[in-house]
Design a protein around this ligand. Sequence first.
Ligand code: PEP
Length: 253
Amino acid sequence: MLKKWVIGNWKMHGSLADNKALIDGIRAELPALDARVGMVVCPVFPYIPQLKQITAGSGIGVGAQDISEFAKGAYTGEVAGPMLKDVGVEYVIVGHSERRTFHGEHNEQIARKAKAVIETGLIPVVCIGESLEERQANQTEAVLTAQLDALFAVVGTDNANIILAYEPRWAIGTGVAATPDMIQAVHSFVRAYLTKRSAAVAGLPILYGGSMKGSNAASIVTLPNVDGGLIGSAALNAAEFVAIYKALVASVA
Ligand code: PEP
């Protein structure tokens, strides 16, 4: 698996026309991807076939924003892993803070979703992160440990095809990214945790997410143990998304 990634979480945005304009814009500014840095976009479910079509031949991967923990059955409104695979999805975000906040998803359920992704043969992008209250109460490491413990209790520690995304909940969509010092401290902590768990997971990519944009990307992605970004708002703007991608490429050059 690649080590560096820029993954766009489009959330509940887009239309056939907007999606095409965005991908055209990215491809115009970036005619070829760098083999060392992956680019993935995660639209809402209905647009996945369109995204597969308009990204064909570009190297841009297509991901989903959620998955059912079940493979099929009477689960109205849910989408199963085999269905995602059927339409060409390669990556699935699980545990995004908006799923935790608005849908009550908890660590164990998120771990089961990650397992469903893995069992389907896809790559989970597992989000972890603390709330502002937890950070202020000095609980950040405890919260992250609980999230990672829950994940590995379900998926095991022999799978190297997992991407982690540290997303402090207070930095998502707020325009206020965590400081490089905070990011550095957490990513080092997560790397040390992974190293203790097993050789297979020791090198998992750890992305940062939370108000990353073109102007702050270089100061974040050049930090040790920051292996890329999970991008929300700035992923909806071709120039911003490409600027972040180029910062990643410069960081590995
Ligand atoms: C996200 O939703 O994963 C995210 C990082 O959003 P934003 O970049 O808008 O903070």
